[in-house]
Design a protein. Structure first.
Length: 90
């Protein structure tokens, strides 16, 4: 990975609340490896539910704690609506 290129993290589907710690650990690993920005692909999350919102919220907190940037990509309209509702819209 070149320093100017963002790293990528794909959130698998289906995702559950039990998956959140592992995804956050993977994200921390990307920042520890030198990533300044990570693109998080949530396109597989066809079901907009509490677990999907929790994943996005926790990943954003993890990025902030690591001093990195996180861009959420390919969110479906249902997930975008939920993120907007809870104040997590980009």
């Amino acid at each position: 990975m070149k320093p100017t290129e963002p790293a990528h993290l794909v959130v698998p589907a289906p995702v559950t609340l039990a998956d959140v710690p592992l995804l956050c650990e993977r994200l921390r690993g990307l920042y520890a490896a030198g990533a300044g920005e990570v693109v998080c692909d949530v396109g597989g999350l066809v079901r907009a539910d509490l677990a999907a919102v929790e994943v996005v919220a926790r990943l954003r907190l993890t990025a902030r704690g690591a001093g990195g940037r996180l861009a959420i990509r390919n969110a479906g309209p249902g997930l975008v609506a939920l993120l907007r509702l809870v104040g997590l819209e980009e």
